[in-house]
Design a binder for this molecule. Structure first.
Ligand SMILES: [Zn+2]
Length: 433
């Protein structure tokens, strides 16, 4: 048995926000208790006084790079970084090599995660074979092997007919399609948000419309087919507006953003920092405000890191040639906790964005809740601790982050998966009785 003692238990699924003890047994949540710890308790105790105790965080957009790019990241190091960032589950994208377009690859990921992983791994399978946007994969076979959704993320599905067919195939099974919204023709060879900063720095721009047109198309196809669409890494004002409209129309459309889109703007490109280069690109201040509004009013369902590890070689080069993306597993929670400062986002909303909503969207049974019988995936968060992020803290193989030297308030101190401690920030937090 394990007791998480005296923490503020925040569980939006059951509406609980109350100080007490959480009892864990057999890898499951047994009960929530107030008052004294249970009589005659013996086992491990996690001291959570002054901390938040929340359903294990779920990052629904991660690139683990395994198989095929293990020098950037692998399942062992990616899940270590996840656990250190407070995540008990990660959802990994299919743009590996080979791509996760075959049940053998899905099974490889799951087996390696079971053997070497520090948290749960839920694979997303490719929507098209080899992510080439031509021939659809066999969704049912991939689902049987353990895929939780389908996506060509990293690339858009350029052919609208293929997207239509994918949504039609997915619909009767309730399968979810995750979409990377980008019109390649409109994006051209752009490397930064089209606007003043890109112009000043002489970097070719990507207009917001390259994202917005793609979002609009897939919302219309969700309407046409009744299929379920989840918009990945929304970065524009119009993207948020379109999602809001789709929800008002009762369509099966959800959306996520990444912490960098509500934290940074393209001003971060000054000095040609390639760690500010991602796809979609960092946008302007008006877009950043719109993302915040979308989080506050509930239009945006989830926050996901889009953890995209890259070795130094492909980042330390000329801006337009540099690879897209940043790591994010260890900064996603602290950056999202930063939303508390504005006073418009509650602790419960943060837990919903980072745990409950991903579990709901992906239908992950037993996740995103602390109700009795749920999996004992629990994150203990110290909301007060002030700390500075250093490259030495990073457990990923790659260190491409624009957030080194940043001062944060709040971080995960214990991460528990299936009742097992997979990360503890300090010794002494977990004790035997
Ligand atoms: Zn993407």
């Amino acid at each position: 048995m394990l007791l998480i003692k005296g923490g503020r238990v925040i569980d939006p699924g059951t509406g609980r926000d109350e100080t007490g003890h959480l009892v864990i047994e057999g890898g499951k949540v047994r009960e929530f208790l107030t008052g004294g710890p249970p009589e005659g308790f013996s086992g491990k105790i996690i001291h959570a006084e002054g901390k938040w105790v929340v359903p294990g965080l779920i990052d629904m957009h991660v690139h683990l790079r395994d198989p095929g790019f293990e020098w950037k990241e692998d399942i062992r190091t990616g899940t270590m970084a996840a656990a250190a960032g407070g995540f008990t589950s990660v959802v990994c994208m299919a743009n590996t090599k080979p791509a996760n377009d075959h049940p053998e690859i899905t099974r490889y990921i799951l087996e390696k995660a079971r053997g070497e992983g520090s948290c749960n791994v839920f694979p997303v399978a490719a929507l098209s074979r080899n992510l080439d946007g031509k021939e659809m994969t066999d969704f049912c076979e991939l689902f049987e092997a353990g895929a939780v959704a389908f996506s060509d993320d990293g690339k858009p599905v350029e052919n609208p007919l293929l997207m239509r067919r994918a949504l039609e195939y997915a619909r009767p099974f309730g399968f979810l399609i995750l979409v990377h919204s980008e019109d390649h023709q409109l994006a051209e060879e752009g490397a930064a948000n089209e606007g003043w900063t890109a112009q000043k720095l002489g970097i070719p721009g990507i207009p917001a419309a390259a994202e917005d047109v793609a979002i609009a198309r897939d919302i219309l196809l969700a309407r046409q087919t009744g299929g379920r669409v989840h918009l990945q890494h929304i970065s524009t004002r119009m993207g948020v507006d379109l999602l809001r409209m789709a929800k008002r129309a009762g369509l099966n459309v959800t959306g996520e953003t990444a912490p960098h889109y509500f934290t940074l703007t393209d001003a971060a490109l000054e000095g040609y920092d390639t760690n500010a280069k991602m796809n979609p690109p960092l946008r302007g201040e008006d877009d950043r405000m719109a993302i915040l509004e979308g989080i506050i009013d509930g239009t945006i369902d989830a926050v996901a890191s889009d953890h995209a590890p890259h070795e130094e070689y492909v980042k330390r080069c000329e801006f337009t040639a540099a690879a897209n993306g940043i790591i994010g597993l260890q900064t996603s929670l602290p950056l999202t906790l930063g939303l508390l400062a504005g006073g418009k986002v509650s602790p419960a909303r943060i837990v919903d964005l980072l745990s409950c909503a991903p579990a709901r969207i992906l239908s992950l049974a037993g996740k995103g809740t602390l109700s009795p019988g749920a999996d004992a995936d629990v994150t203990v968060i110290d909301p007060e601790e002030e700390w500075e992020h250093r490259a030495d803290d990073v457990l990923s193989k790659s260190k491409n982050s624009p957030f080194f030297g940043w001062k944060f308030q709040g971080r995960a101190v214990v991460t528990l998966c299936g009742g097992r401690v997979r990360y503890a920030a300090q010794t002494g937090v977990v004790a035997d009785v």
